[in-house]
Design a protein around this ligand. Structure first.
Ligand code: NAP
Length: 266
């Protein structure tokens, strides 16, 4: 078993990283930043997102573990004071994993024949810097609506508690192999019409955006903002790849939602 550690730059996190490295050494667990079996992120959900992108080309093999240094996160379920338990779990690891859906993002640029593919763990959003975004939306190959507004966000189930939730999207249990489309400030009046509700899309369907003007758009994939380019179309579908977490103990999804957003139990 070889592990890699991805940590944010905060001094407190760096101390936790050094403590964990020492405990790994003491227990004969090797560190390999290039080809690890397990990637341990130390920080918040944002740190786990960067760890995922650092190792996304090995996503089918690697498992992730999230240690949080502040509040409980959606991808980070170990606390910094549980490092001894974490090392014991690593020592008795038998490849147990829980997997969650990812989003495939395929971008066709207007000025080249090139197509680029990305994987999102949380979401991908299409926006325009100024003026209204106008884009045709296709679901399963069929025209669905012409969207006018600030943008559209397509999220995974684990990403449903992030940007999607701020947009009024539904929180989706990550056992469901689906993606969700949420509107960002759509224009709805007597002339322009969109559905106005978030949509949960089946794993068999592709969602395609064909923007009206070939102007420059802002396209995000998780924390990344892709360089502004003229985009001819973007298609989204539930990826055949999944993210794998080392599953050493049970964490109930709805408990985590309750703790993160509601807080107090009766
Ligand atoms: P950031 O602005 O530093 O952090 C955004 C916040 O989102 C952090 O509090 C982060 O938690 C939290 N978060 C990330 N993934 C989450 C998830 N799956 N469920 C619940 N909360 C989650 O940005 P960042 O660290 O680079 O992360 C990029 C993410 O920020 C994007 O993927 C997007 O989802 C989110 N975002 C949200 C909004 C919004 O809600 N209006 C706008 C833009 C982007 P931690 O503190 O634990 O890291």
């Amino acid at each position: 078993m070889k592990v890699a550690i991805v940590a944010n730059k905060l001094a407190k996190t760096q101390v936790i990283k050094q403590t964990l490295l020492q405990k790994l050494r003491d227990n004969g667990i090797g560190v390999d930043d290039q080809y690890p079996d397990i990637v341990i992120s130390i920080g918040g959900d944002g740190t786990l997102l960067s760890a995922f992108h650092d190792y996304q080309d090995q996503v089918d093999r690697i498992r992730f573990i999230g240690v949080h240094t502040g509040h409980l996160g959606f991808y980070t379920d170990w606390q910094a004071n549980e490092l001894d338990d974490l090392v014991v779990s690593l020592l008795s690891d038998n490849d147990q994993a829980v997997t969650y859906p990812l989003l495939e993002v395929k971008v066709q640029f207007a000025d080249t024949a090139k197509c680029r593919e990305y994987l999102a763990l949380n979401e991908s959003a299409l926006k325009k810097l100024s003026a209204t975004l106008v884009t045709d939306v296709y679901i399963g190959g069929e025209f669905f609506e012409r969207f006018r507004g600030d943008g559209l966000c397509v999220s995974t189930p684990t990403g449903s508690t992030a940007y999607n939730k701020s947009l009024g999207g539904a929180v989706v249990h990550p056992d469901l192999d689906v993606m969700q489309v949420a509107e960002i400030s759509s224009l709805n009046n007597l002339v322009f019409r969109t559905l106005g509700s978030p949509m949960i899309i089946s794993p068999n369907d592709t969602v395609k955006f064909i923007p009206e003007q070939e102007t420059e758009f802002l396209l995000t994939v998780d924390a990344m903002t892709l360089p502004q380019k003229k985009i001819a179309q973007i298609s989204y579908r539930v990826s055949k790849h999944r993210i794998r977490f080392a599953k050493y103990r049970h964490n109930d999804f709805w408990d985590r939602v309750q703790e993160s957003f509601i807080g107090s139990k009766r």
